[in-house]
Design a binder for this molecule. Structure first.
Ligand code: HEM
Length: 267
């Protein structure tokens, strides 16, 4: 009988590459400092969730392009659930005091979440693109190739606008043919269409609400991250070279899909 331990049989450990996974946490402090493992684990878990989010966001875009709103909404629900977990995880890191962080902070040298290419990829696929973010990564690297590819691709918002147009809505040509590398600008014409949609079309209004949830979820993460940064390092500069919490505060309250927020005061 196969006891599951032979080379041939798939086991929990072999399928999930548990040995490889557990070898990936390498503290840099020499003692090592107790809290550095938590810091590494949290960041690695984030990167895994970022990978899954990108996988699901690509699917939402493809499902919208295929006019499959039912499954697009289902996938959006999963994305939102993951975002809640991402925000909740910050609570764990907040159990680390400023002094505990300081015990190993110098070992991070210039490393910072600012350099997370997957976070930038999420911004790109949603529509918040910035070519400077691409040039920070070495040419030919995995990160740079992924960012370059996503920079030229239509965003989730573009897929949504094309879908609305196919549904018969008056989406301005300028929005349908916009440069997909540019920032998503608010459009009063599109807002008039969205207001009509909200009043008459519960199915598509529901889809808009899920996009607002997504936008709010990212903003919520940004807010909780900056509060965590303030309580952990105060007004000190970041390891990534920015002014720290002061820089992060400039990224708050900026919606990804501005039209979906603008219409609210007129509904
Ligand atoms: C003690 C914990 C943390 C501190 C003190 C901290 C601090 C900072 C600071 C100061 C910045 C600004 C850039 C810089 O100069 O470094 C930053 C950016 C960033 N951090 Fe953190 N961080 C922490 C945890 C995390 C975690 C767990 C993640 C999850 C991946 C993360 C992801 C990011 C991202 C994505 C940015 C770029 C944000 C943007 O440019 O909009 N950080 N962090």
């Amino acid at each position: 009988m196969d006891d599951g331990t032979t080379d041939r049989a798939v086991t929990y450990g072999s399928y999930l590459r548990v040995d490889d996974l557990l070898a990936l946490q390498q503290p840099r402090s020499s003692a090592p400092e107790h809290d550095e493992l938590l810091f590494i684990v949290i960041h690695q878990v984030y990167e895994l969730w970022f990978k899954e989010l990108l996988h699901e966001l690509d699917r939402v875009r493809a499902l919208l392009t295929a006019n499959d709103t039912h499954r697009a909404q289902h996938t959006l629900k999963r994305i939102l659930t993951i975002l809640k977990v991402l925000v909740a995880q910050l609570d764990i890191l907040e159990t680390m005091t400023p002094l505990e962080f300081l015990s190993f902070r110098a070992r991070l040298e210039a490393a910072s979440g600012f350099q997370s290419d997957q976070f930038r990829q999420i911004e790109f696929v949603l529509g918040a693109k910035n070519d400077k973010a691409i040039r920070r990564f070495p040419e030919g690297s995995r990160a740079r190739s992924a960012l370059e590819r996503r920079y030229g691709e239509p965003t989730v918002w573009d897929a949504f606008l094309q879908y609305l147009s196919r549904e018969g809505y008056a989406v301005p040509q300028a929005a349908l043919r916009r440069d997909v590398t540019a920032k998503i600008e608010a459009s009063p014409e599109l807002q008039a269409t969205l207001i009509e949609l909200y009043r008459k079309d519960p199915k598509n209004a529901e889809m808009c609400e899920r996009l607002v949830d997504l936008d709010e979820g990212i903003q919520e993460w940004r807010y909780r991250h900056v509060k965590m940064v303030q309580r952990t390092i105060g007004a000190k500069p970041g390891t990534g070279g920015s002014s720290g919490a002061q820089y992060l505060a400039t990224t708050l309250m900026t919606p990804i899909f501005p039209d979906l927020w603008e219409i609210r005061s007129r509904l």
